[in-house]
Design a protein around this ligand. Sequence first.
Ligand code: NAD
Length: 471
Amino acid sequence: MELGKMFVGGAWVDPAGEDSVEVINAATEQSLGRVVRCEEGDVDRAVAAANAAFDSWSASEPEERARVLRALADGLEARGQEIAEMITDEVGTPIRIAQRIQAALPLTVLRSYADLVEAGRPQERIGNTIVRREPVGVVAAIAPWNYPLHQVVAKVAPAIAAGCPIVLKPSEMAPRSAFVLAEVVEAAEVPAGVFNLVPGRGSVVGEALARHDGVAAVSFTGSVEAGAKVAALAAPAIKRLTLELGGKSANVVLDDADLATAVKVGVANCFLNGGQTCTAWTRLVVPRESHDEACELARGFAEAHAPGDPRDPGTRLGPMVGESQRQSVRDLIETGIAEGADLITGGAGAPEGMETGYFVRPTVFGAVERSATIAQEEIFGPVLSIIAHDGDDDAVAIANDSKYGLHGSVWSGDEKRALAVAARMRTGTVDVNGGAYNPLAPFGGYKKSGVGREMGPYGLEDYLELKAVQV
Ligand code: NAD
């Protein structure tokens, strides 16, 4: 794979400079190779190539867009195991989860957009007005490292479906699957300039894209801090903006729920991908009378997530993505202890015998105050905070006591009661009694969790302008 070039205008080309960054294996701390770092002038080239492709791609037939989307899915599927292993090494995702989510979910998303394009959409009329939906223009996509290919495809697929050329900046921590995607784009004979890859620093390439006059829409996934910066840079040009940011999701258990199931599913959800998941249910909100039992159950389920080699198919908990992420998780565990929560299992020290690799211990806190740092801040590690509630109203108040509003969950023996609680939660998605993830459902957040929605038909809207034509 050519990690020293960028993919612009349908070809692998040399960037202006010679800077590069080392990608590190999260489990072994060994180098996985060096990836190019582009500069502002490289962004100009990529944006120009995307704009040159706009007229023809925005006018392309639905059959051609669907062909491209299916070809990308087929091309990625053929390299599925390679992609899974690549992301396991970069991010620390246990290999079986990497196969199921990191490698396979993007195929579902690409094919769902091919289906949507093929199905078309009846022309809408309001009185004497024909409502047209037209591609917004060139899209800049800025992606994080935790689900690196999924988050890229969640932007690339709807942009292509909508008729928008795209310029992608992947994360520097996990960039290699974006290079695989570019190779697949090349092999699929996607028209030149429709997909462009410009790797590099957020502060250089990301910021240049966010403020570039040739970019009509910016789709960003990452932290609140970087998202706010991107929004500010995009504002003067009045760009379309999609922001998918952090979360501190509440898993609310009502007093008539099956506690053991709720805690078991909740711990697995919280620890998914080492807890490096924006939707993780990191707050377990249980009836006060069940608090101690919930802590005991959580201890058992957490301890079953022993940290291990993420390439081993038996491993359920891999390392953190890197040194600074591990340190940040350990610091927050220390803060939890210092603020007086009960440490039920885990702790800030390295797991025994695992000095190499960015491992942390699966950690559960009980008797957590709703205002505590570990109940408010996104930890992005395998750390669960258990909070006691005094009835449904109190549970809703605790769930909503957050600057975030990305995801959540409710468990009850009475679905109506659970749905009533779900309706009161200020969050973009909620699962009732373990309802399954739906890749066609709108995905996004309230409050500081973001702006706009990705996935399925609603995910197309951010890439389309509405035009009212009166007849
Ligand atoms: P990050 O904000 O550090 O980086 C995300 C991307 O933005 C990277 O490509 C980075 O290079 C770039 N970037 C950084 N600073 C920038 C700047 N000033 N201008 C432009 N681009 C910039 O986030 P991360 O550490 O890669 O990812 C973790 C965060 O992402 C967590 O907060 C997590 O909750 C969030 N996240 C959200 C979702 C979601 O869909 N809501 C999904 C995954 C991750």
